[in-house]
Design a protein around this ligand. Structure first.
Ligand SMILES: [Zn+2]
Length: 129
């Protein structure tokens, strides 16, 4: 089973100014309902890309980078199947939802275990503190 939360380092400027090159973000990998406006990590040709969902077309999503001039995205390679979505990007400690109850879980970044104070669910994360 894949980890509920993982860490990615932003590469390139395709999501500028929302995300900057070299910035670390976390992704929640258990979310199941992609929505228009969500920023997601997706797999494309063996690489992981970070893009924003612009349209949902059944089992496919059309994704674009916020920096339209410097992004290679669905405008070039078309919509992607939702199976290629790795996770949803969150980038503030208060934005990390419990994968069980959706309450914010503070202080999970860089820890192997954090406990949701609302429901007691244990979440594991990624990377070094
Ligand atoms: Zn919880």
């Amino acid at each position: 089973m894949k980890s509920p939360i993982s860490r990615f380092t932003v590469s390139g400027n395709s999501m500028y100014p929302t995300l900057k090159e070299g910035q670390d973000v976390l992704s929640i990998n258990w979310f199941v309902n992609p929505k228009v406006g969500d920023i997601i990590v997706l797999k494309y040709l063996g690489r992981e890309l970070i893009k924003r969902i612009e349209k949902i077309e059944g089992e496919h999503v059309f994704v674009v980078g916020d920096n339209h001039d410097e992004s290679t995205d669905s405008r070039h390679f078309g919509s992607i199947n939702i199976d290629n979505i790795v996770g949803k990007v969150v980038y503030g400690p208060n934005d990390i939802p419990c994968t069980n109850c959706d309450s914010p879980v503070i202080g999970i970044y860089g820890r192997k275990d954090a406990i949701c104070q609302n429901c007691g669910f244990k979440l594991s994360c990624c990377g070094e503190p």
